[in-house]
Design a binder for this molecule. Sequence first.
Ligand SMILES: [Fe+2]
Length: 125
Amino acid sequence: MPEFVNPFSGVVPERKLSKEELIRAIRLNLAAEHEAVHLYMAHADATDHPLAKKVLVDIANEEREHAGEFMRLLEILTGDEASWLENGRAEVDELAEEIGYETGTAGRGPSGAGDTETTVGSLKD
Ligand SMILES: [Fe+2]
């Protein structure tokens, strides 16, 4: 996200990044994509203006694609990212199975369909 108050945030170091530094940089970039999605969707939820809402959701979805690009890049750079992610997915699936929670993705598409399920209650009410 923007750091306009820090005049040094965009300064390029005098040397190239090591591979480990690059991996950390990509993780930071990935976090920034997720933060952008959060911000744009929050703004979309906060307005009733139909065009603004449509543009914000569209851009949020583009950021989700960017996150996917960074994830794939991390898989390539680290060589083991995919297996760690798969381990995490499997753990969630096991927990879901323990409580009988359906983990299928039907009804949850890029449009955000299927978002009527609440956790602690809807703030829209
Ligand atoms: Fe992005």
